[in-house]
Design a protein around this ligand. Structure first.
Ligand SMILES: Cc1cc2nc3c(=O)[nH]c(=O)nc-3n(C[C@H](O)[C@H](O)[C@H](O)COP(=O)(O)OP(=O)(O)OC[C@H]3O[C@@H](n4cnc5c(N)ncnc54)[C@H](O)[C@@H]3O)c2cc1C
Length: 461
């Protein structure tokens, strides 16, 4: 108690007092994230809003002095308990470090603070004819710091890659308060180890990103989205292969099963065809004539692949309507029960059908509802399971189902996370897909970067 009081007293000397929150309600609100973990036992000791790099350094040095955890927080929308303050400590809130410091058209780069919202960066880039492709479905709120730390992806990963492919330089406050620059403002860099890649996906456990330089690309001239419906789920998955085999390169190939379609339509009516077993959401982009050409090829492939109906956007309103429907799936699913969980298991595409069907069977076996969506072009599936954590029997069945889903994923040569991360939620399962040698190296890296284990401790493994 004495230590906690001292930490708070010291925090109030290094930061403006109004930027240090210590009330019970405030600590409670910031000790959870979108994962809504049911068994949180500890709260953060304090929540601080940082506004400068110097302030971040000062907080880290203080945390080191008291050997207390520092947990970064962007928008708190990760779904793996990566922001959970399991061992107390200081929540470092980046919502006020939210400036785009430079948008350089000549270099085609942007330099941003960690609290910049992904969707804002995308919009600002598009305003000058450039494009930042990574697009987690909640890009309207999630931040650059959070998406770097979780190596976020999104629907466009199929064509453009994920966050990791756009980071060229990071400024990172290390566990001793010193600043590390990981790369350079150049498109290529073969100068020593690729340190940036160590921080992307490290969930705030190795260092604190205080500035990032990202690569941008030219904004595609045009885009269009098609929604293709199928009467059999197997046909929808087979259609993914047919599209890829024809060597057309859509921006996205996303998936919704019938439960997801019906749930979205129930809560966010969007004219979706609720009698269909599954749908693919396929976007193409590029020069106007190329978009037209690709759409026609894809339509003809879809017809041959037994699509029973195809909706195609003809203007921006229709485009947004289809995407809003797809992106609303988790929000809609959350309305079915007090809580909702999601996942992001991923397998080599050749095993996708087995994964989709297998997850369905596992949920049926445990009598759990599931709305399945996913970026199936990449082989990734998001089973969204509505649940009432207060129902201990349901929670028990849910845990058994999860464990079987991870076993199945491992048997299908997959991995546990394609884009959400591991956090605290999946750390007990990481050994299923990462071998002991690799885990030992990860632990050694953690120890080297953070010998006192103060940076988001005990996450990932
Ligand atoms: C409805 C919904 C849809 C989603 N769809 C997708 C999707 O399609 N694709 C996808 O990839 N993800 C998706 N996600 C997950 C989520 O968008 C990502 O994990 C997101 O990028 C997290 O951003 P955030 O700002 O909320 O980070 P937070 O949740 O605040 O933090 C995430 C992690 O980053 C660390 N962190 C935050 N800032 C920093 C920093 N400056 N330095 C170091 N570490 C830091 C935190 O400590 C934590 O470990 C979805 C989530 C929801 C709720």
């Amino acid at each position: 108690m004495l230590t906690k009081n001292n930490i708070i007293k010291d925090l109030k000397t290094i930061l403006p007092r109004e930027n240090v929150l210590t009330e019970l309600e405030e600590r409670y609100a910031y000790s959870q994230d979108a994962t809504n973990l049911p068994d949180i036992k500890n709260l953060a000791d304090a929540v601080v809003f940082v506004e400068t790099i110097q302030e971040v350094q000062n907080v880290v040095r203080l945390a080191r002095k008291y050997k207390t955890p520092v947990i970064c927080r962007g928008a708190g929308t990760n779904v793996v308990g990566a922001c959970a303050a399991e061992h107390g400590g200081i929540i470092l809130n980046f919502s006020r470090m939210n400036k785009i410091l430079e948008l350089n058209r000549q270099n085609m780069t942007a330099r941003v603070q960690p609290g910049v919202v992904v969707g804002v960066l995308q919009q600002m880039a598009e305003n000058v004819g450039l494009y930042y492709p990574p697009d987690p479905s909640n890009l309207a709120v999630s931040t650059m710091g959070g998406s770097i730390a979780q190596s976020s992806g999104g629907a466009r990963t199929f064509k453009y890659g994920s966050t990791k492919d756009y980071i060229i330089d990071l400024k990172v406050v290390m566990a001793d308060g010193e600043i590390l620059q990981t790369g350079a403002n150049t498109i290529k860099n073969a100068t020593g180890y690729n340190l940036s890649s160590l921080f992307v996906g490290s969930e705030g456990t190795l260092g604190i990103v205080v500035e990032a330089t990202v690569k941008l690309i030219p904004k595609p001239e045009d885009k269009r989205v098609l929604m293709a419906y199928f009467d059999k789920i197997e046909d929808s998955v087979a259609a993914v292969d047919s599209i890829i085999e024809q060597r057309v390169f859509p921006t996205t190939i996303d998936f919704m099963d019938q439960n997801a379609i019906q749930t979205v339509e129930k809560f966010y009516p969007s004219n979706l065809l609720t009698d269909k077993e599954a749908a693919l959401v396929i976007e193409v982009d590029g020069f106007k004539n190329a978009v037209e050409y690709q759409s026609e090829i894809i339509k003809s492939i879809l017809h041959s692949a037994n699509a029973s109906a195809i909706q195609c956007s003809t203007n921006e309103e229709e485009y947004n309507k289809i995407w809003t429907a797809r992106r609303s799936s988790m929000g809609a699913c959350a309305k079915l029960k007090p809580n909702v969980t999601t996942d992001d298991v991923i397998v080599p595409r050749e095993n996708l059908a087995k994964l989709v069907i297998g997850i369905r069977e596992i949920c049926e076996k445990y009598n759990l509802a599931v709305c399945m969506v996913g970026h199936v072009g990449d082989g990734s599936v998001h089973p969204q399971i509505p649940i009432d954590y207060r129902d201990t029997d349901e929670y028990h069945r849910f845990k058994l189902a999860k464990s079987e889903i991870y076993d199945l994923t491992a048997r299908l040569d997959g991995i546990l996370s394609g884009e959400h991360g591991i956090g605290s939620l999946k750390r007990d399962y990481i050994h299923l897909v990462v071998n002991n040698t690799a885990l030992d190296y990860m632990r050694t890296i953690k120890k080297t970067f953070d010998p006192d284990n103060i940076l988001n401790p005990y996450k990932i493994f």
